[in-house]
Each structure stands twice: as structure tokens, then as C-alpha cells.
Write a protein that binds this ligand. Sequence first.
Ligand SMILES: Cc1cc2nc3c(=O)[nH]c(=O)nc-3n(C[C@H](O)[C@H](O)[C@H](O)COP(=O)(O)OP(=O)(O)OC[C@H]3O[C@@H](n4cnc5c(N)ncnc54)[C@H](O)[C@@H]3O)c2cc1C
Length: 481
Amino acid sequence: MATIGHSGLEATADPAATADPAAGGRLLGAIRAALPGLRLLDDPTDREAYRNDETAYLQAGLPLAVALPESTAEVATLVRLAGAERIPVVPRGAGSGLSGGAAGIEGGLTIALTRMNRVLEIDRANLVVVTQPGILNAELKAQVAAEGLFYAPDPASYEICSIGGNLGTNAGGLCCVKYGQTRDSVLGLEVVLADGRVIRTGGRSVKDVAGYALTHLFVGSQGTLGIITEATLRLHVTPPPRSTMLAFFPSVPAAGEAVAAIMSAGIHPVTLELLDHETILAVDDAFGLGLERDAAAMLLVESDLPAAAAAAELTLAGTACEGAGASNVVRAQDPTEADWLRQARRLALRALERQGTVRMEDVGVPRGRVPELLVAIQAAADRHGVRVATFGHAGDGNLHPNFIFAHDDPRAAELTHRVRDEIFAAAIALGGTVTAEHGIGLSRREALVDQVGPDVIGVMRSIKAALDPLGILNPGRVIEL
Ligand SMILES: Cc1cc2nc3c(=O)[nH]c(=O)nc-3n(C[C@H](O)[C@H](O)[C@H](O)COP(=O)(O)OP(=O)(O)OC[C@H]3O[C@@H](n4cnc5c(N)ncnc54)[C@H](O)[C@@H]3O)c2cc1C
């Protein structure tokens, strides 16, 4: 099973859970016999493409093979056959994850759900969509938009991540502040369990308290409790086009104060994003937006209310920003400019990556403590002489500190380890979390223990053992077994 160094950054890829060297060959033979039409990649070059997700700095394992099933029955057969040989299984969506959750396990079987990418039904009367997991978030949004409907969850990576991965990580994004995280949009699931049984949880009812909340348990479990093969998701009637405001601040804490003031002003913006000075410069350099380049921080605030109500909402947000010391408050001229600004924010990580190697973190605190978290992030980076650019979903109390190093800087792993440990400690001390949306995966397991303590880890282990007694589903991710 995969093990991990103390830093959480150098996962050592041990051989698969089985000690039997012939097991891999037997599994491939059994898969070919049971599923002759299945696309099964066993060429080393193909398999290499499935070693990492977006956490390329983690040392992940090379899968024995990559299966690309097209049906729930195929997924169930694959899991059953892998279980018979005690071979670990890694469920994978589009591989855009930022915690190593879909990274390969040496000698394991990666099951990529990308071919199960069909929308099965758009049920307008009940405002739900039933979908397979492999569809990209942006594609699902586009298909329901064509029916005048809106699927809310909106990770910045929406063009490159799958619904299955969003469910696996309980993805967040730019409009959680109004519509919640992925979990808040999930009504029901079809799940393949570790022994190959297929269960359905929930359904189309918006109220359902029958038994334990299994739907919510599977969402965010990073493929360690079951493989999601179908999801029933909540929709909304398409809201009006966004109205957008930018506010610039002379200091980062002032922007943090504005976030707290907006959230307590009785308004409900759909987006409340923060970009610090480094991020403003990187985004402006990359996309030529004409942002206020000497500002210490900027807030991007969006409303999706009808025009007059949106104008009133943004006026209140602007007043809150000015009260917190904003140097300038401006509005996008039209929805096209608003879309352009949102897209630039979505590409903030890519803009920073033009400057070097970027290690992104994902801490969260209660919203009112965002100013203190911002100060703690900068202080930790300064103590270790690390360049940090911070942006994130400030309206959710969720910030992404990004540590930037020269591509060939040999101290990157060590310094990242030191700074992030201090930031994790600060987030926990502020009543927050070491990951708000990217997940524990491989890269934050020690930090999870620090956050929740041994009793909670014990409960998580009991749940894992009940659902996956052989420990074949994404072993070593989220918790150590
Ligand atoms: C530029 C960039 C911006 C990003 N912005 C955001 C953001 O704003 N918000 C955010 O939350 N994340 C963000 N991410 C991270 C990432 O895109 C999300 O975590 C996304 O949900 C991963 O989806 P994926 O399809 O790529 O999943 P993968 O990376 O393939 O998998 C993610 C996890 O889900 C599990 N999984 C995948 N499919 C299934 C399934 N069918 N059943 C069970 N488990 C499954 C995997 O085992 C793994 O643990 C960003 C990433 C990048 C590169």
C-alpha cells in the first residue's frame, strides 16, 4: 500500500497491497476473459499518463493497468475481480485533483470513468439531472443550459474536471457562497461497493431522511468507500446574467474586513473571491485586464439577481468595501465583461504557473476569521522566505495560498512542507480546516489527524472497514489503514 513521508509531499509508492507477484497477471487475464470488449490499457506509456493527477510533485505509483469501463456492470465486475486478487483499485475522473486522490498505486488497477459520460435524463418538472460520472462539469452545465436550466457547482477547473471527480472531492468553486458545495446539489447516487454490489442512495426527492445519510457520506470520500456510477443532481432555473463589481484595497487585512462586512450585510452574492497583490499582477500580466496593479488586494463580487436587485446588492457590497477602506470600487460594464473577469479569476493558478513551480494549498476558516488567516499566511511565508500568492473563495472563508519557486529550486519541497504546516496550524487554531474543497487525498493525511484527532480518525477507520473490509478501494488515501 502507498506510504507517505512526514512532509506529505513524497509519497512512496509501495507495491500493491497483494504480496503475490503473479496476482497482477491473473487479474488481467480474468478481466480479459470476463469483459472482452473492455478498453484496458496495459502499455507502459499509456499507464504512465495515469500515474499523477495535478499534484505532480507527489511520487505516485504506476498502475498495473487502466480500465475504461462503459457501464456500471463493467465497473462492478472490475471491482469484484480486483478484490479476488487483493489488488487496489483507484477510481479516477479527469485527473485534475489537487490532493493526489486519483494518483496511481504501484501495481494497482486504475478505473477511469471518462467513457461513462452521458447525461441520462433532464427532468425539468423535478429540476434534476441524472448523469453518468465521466462527463465534464462544463459539458453538463452546457447540456442543462440548453434546456434553460442551471447546474450550480462551479470549480475554477470546470472545463477540465468531471462530475465524478467533483463528487469524489465534494468540489467547491466560485459560487458556493450562494449555492453550496457539490454535496448540496446531490440528491441521489448509484454506487459500486468494494465487493461489487451496486446500491442506490437517495433519489429525486428534495426531502429524504430515510436512514443514514449515505449519499452525503459517499460524496467527498475520494473513492475510498465506493465508486459512483450515476448521480441525480439538483438544478435551478437559469438565473439572470451576472452583474459584477471589483473592489481594490490598500492592504490585505482591509479586504478581509470587507469580506466579513459583506457577509454580515444581509446580502447574498453568488461570488465573493479575493486576489492578493501577487495574484493581481499575475492575472493582469496574463490577460491584460487593466486591474489596479498597485492594490494590495482585490475582491470580485457577483450578483445573479435580476438587474435592479443586483444593482442594489452590489451597492450594499460596495458600501461595505468602502467602509473597510477600499481605494476604488468599479463595476463591469456588461455581462460579457463580467464573464471575462470571472474567467480570468478561474485561470489565476495558470497565470501564477507562468512564473515558476506553484504548490497550491486549500485552507478554510469561519468567514469572520479570513483577515486573521490572511495575516497568518503571509507571516508563515515571510518567516521562511517563501514567495506566496493568495487567492480564493473568501466568501466561504476558503483561501488558496500558492507557494512559488523557481523551476529548479531544490528547496521547494522542504520549504513548502514548513510553510504549509504553519498555515495548517493557524487554520486549525482559527477553528478552520486544512482542506476546504481539494480533499485530504495523499497529500494532507497527517494534517487531517492534527485537525480531527484520533477518536474521529477511529470512526473514519470503522466506516472504511465496514464498507471495504479488504481495503482495496483507493487504499492509503484520506486515512492510513
Ligand atoms: C486549475 C485548477 C483549478 C481548480 N479549481 C478548483 C476549485 O475552484 N474548486 C475545487 O473544489 N477544486 C478545484 N480544482 C481541483 C479539481 O479540479 C477538483 O478536485 C475536481 O473535483 C477533480 O475532478 P476530476 O474529475 O479531475 O477528479 P480526479 O482528480 O480524477 O479525482 C478526484 C478524486 O475523486 C475520486 N473519484 C473520481 N471519480 C470518482 C467516482 N466516479 N466515484 C468515486 N470517486 C471518484 C478519485 O479517486 C479522487 O480521489 C482545481 C484544479 C485545477 C488544476
